[in-house]
Design a protein around this ligand. Structure first.
Ligand code: PGA
Length: 236
């Protein structure tokens, strides 16, 4: 594991974006695993800036996202599909038909999960997976549990996750209680993993996840077993 501590969010974002840009410029048809939440927004802003400066070309890029709330379609501003369009895809030259987010409105969610895992395999896996981390240690929406789950699956969100994400909704009652998330298999099989976190609120969980025991009670701790993991933590 490469563990990098930086002073502020801007530095974290620039370093994180540089690692993603490295994949884009060095691979033909790179597959980016992307994440939502407030933490990666600075990385997306930096990638858009480099695109506008002519430094990055997304025309050959495919993306797969980690998760989606159940019950929200892509036109809902709280959906993760909408978030990705709004924060990244609408501002770069990516082919949107090759940007994938699991569907939270599929009639058969088990089939959706299976199809999502097959899709990732058919793309040849993920070149670099970007991750945030929840205060409870979740990655994607893999919440603390008795066992790590491999496949893309439906989860009940933890109360702490619902509380943390309420800031994006009008009221806490509007936060969906369930989501569909990429499981640990696709994340762990990504060729590279980049986890970013910032602020004092994330300090304890970063210590637990990367310097404590590997346990499904701290889902991100499984990443200690990944062969090419970079963690960038910004104190402020
Ligand atoms: P945040 O969310 O970036 O908004 O803190 C991270 C996460 O829950 O994975």
């Amino acid at each position: 594991m490469k563990y990098i501590e930086v002073e502020n969010y801007a530095e974290m974002s620039k370093k994180g974006a540089a690692l993603i840009a490295a994949e884009i410029v060095s691979k033909e048809g790179p597959v980016l695993g992307l994440a939502t939440g407030s933490t990666p927004v600075g990385i997306y802003k930096q990638l858009i800036e480099w695109f506008n400066e002519g430094k990055l070309d997304f025309s050959g890029v495919t993306s797969v996202n980690l998760d989606e709330y159940l019950g929200l379609d892509g036109t809902n501003p709280q959906s993760y599909r909408y978030f990705m369009n709004d924060n990244l895809f609408d501002h770069i030259n990516i082919d949107k038909s090759r940007t994938y987010v699991p569907s939270g409105i599929a009639a058969d969610l088990a089939a959706e999960g299976e199809a999502y895992d097959k899709l990732i395999k058919s793309l040849g896996g993920i070149d670099i997976q970007l991750l945030g981390i929840g205060e409870d240690g979740h990655i994607g929406f893999n919440e603390p549990d008795e066992c790590f789950t491999g496949a893309t699956h439906v989860v009940d969100l933890d109360e702490s996750t619902i509380e943390a994400n309420a800031r994006f909704f009008d009221s806490i009652d509007d936060v969906p209680r369930k989501a569909i998330t990429m499981g640990m298999a696709s994340i762990m099989q990504a060729k590279k993993v980049l986890l970013v976190a910032n602020g004092p609120k994330k300090y304890d969980i970063i210590q637990k996840a990367f310097f404590g025991p590997i346990t499904p009670k701290v889902p991100a701790s499984i990443l200690q077993l990944h062969g090419d993991l970079t963690v960038i933590y910004s104190k402020n």
